[in-house]
Design a protein around this ligand. Structure first.
Ligand SMILES: Nc1nc2c(ncn2[C@@H]2O[C@H](COP(=O)(O)OP(=O)(O)OP(=O)(O)O)[C@@H](O)[C@H]2O)c(=O)[nH]1
Ligand SMILES: [Mg+2]
Length: 279
């Protein structure tokens, strides 16, 4: 009998890896009685693609395009997202409908300057679970303990299990005041033992070769340099920074977009789960 031994092509490898990561993420469940959800908190400059990433995850995890409800359709220097909101993803349909035990929190963007955008202190409070659902951020003052939006007694799954910084590859230079905020948030996360990783978005807009073919991402000197500079500026190691392209104008799913999103997602699940196992 002749074995039909075929050398897998690049495409096959990418597809197989994507399928494995998808299954891994879809089947993930925290193994702790008091933790129903693994909670990921996204933060980063205005327009970096936080809300778009949540939409993208929804597409990937559900295996179909979903209504892009949360991202802005325009670019502005002011944050489109203004509230603290938990996003869950529907699993199944009709009577068997539930949610995946992986949730994302979206927040207002970081802006240059002191009284603009989300306050770094608010992100620190969110890490500990003190920010209530639907709290509307106030750029002028961080959440105070007597505000109804303050939750004095967070449960184990109100707390953040993995913190993710979103950066756009399509910006010339990240403003020093934003880098300072990122650094200070990073320190707090590290004091709390919360894992921190980063994603570089808008890679398609930053580099023509990537726009042509997303698989050129690991060959792009430009993106690599962007990631290195960011890594050096805030101290997030290179192997914790993931390049992604969000679903923005596509009308159907795309394996190359999915596979980048899924490698980042799988690492988020692993990092978050390590933290959950520790607490
Ligand atoms: N080409 C491209 N466009 C993107 C990408 N990510 C986001 N966008 C677009 O960038 C714009 C801003 O994206 P949002 O997801 O609203 O950004 P955000 O970080 O939530 O911004 P704020 O809520 O304002 O802080 C939208 O028009 C998105 O469609 C990407 O990877 N590639
Ligand atoms: Mg947003």
């Amino acid at each position: 009998i002749m074995l039909n031994e075929q050398k897998p092509t690049d495409s096959l490898c990418v597809l197989r890896q994507k399928q494995q990561n998808l299954q891994y993420v879809q089947e993930y469940k925290p193994e702790k009685d008091d933790i129903r959800y693994l909670r990921v908190l996204l933060y980063g400059p205005v327009g970096s693609g936080k809300s778009s990433f949540i939409n993208s995850v929804s597409n990937v995890i559900r295996g179909r395009m979903t209504v892009p409800a949360w991202a802005s359709t325009m670019t502005s220097d002011q944050s489109f997202t203004k509230k603290y909101e938990t996003h869950k993803f529907i699993k199944g349909r009709g009577t068997t409908k539930t949610f995946y035990p992986l949730v994302f929190n979206d927040i207002m963007g970081l802006e240059d300057g002191t009284d603009k955008g989300v306050h770094a202190d608010d992100i620190k409070l969110a890490l500990r679970g003190h920010v209530r659902e639907s709290y509307k951020f106030n750029p002028v003052a961080p959440l105070s303990q007597d505000d109804p939006g303050y939750n004095p007694t967070p449960s184990a799954d109100d707390k953040v299990h993995v913190l993710v910084c979103m950066m756009s590859a399509n910006t010339h230079q990240i403003k020093p005041s934003i880098l300072e905020k990122v650094k200070s948030i990073r320190e707090t996360a590290s004091d709390l033992g919360i894992p921190h990783m980063a994603m570089m978005t808008h890679i398609d807009e930053a580099c023509g070769e990537i726009e042509k073919d997303l698989r050129n991402v690991y060959k792009s000197k430009y993106v690599r340099k962007k990631m290195k500079d960011f890594s050096a500026a805030v101290g997030i190691p290179m192997n914790c920074i993931f390049p992604v392209k969000n679903y923005s104008e596509e009308i159907s799913l795309n394996d190359d977009i999915d596979s980048l999103i899924l490698s980042a997602l799988r690492t988020m699940v692993d990092f978050g789960d390590d933290f959950i196992e520790k607490i």
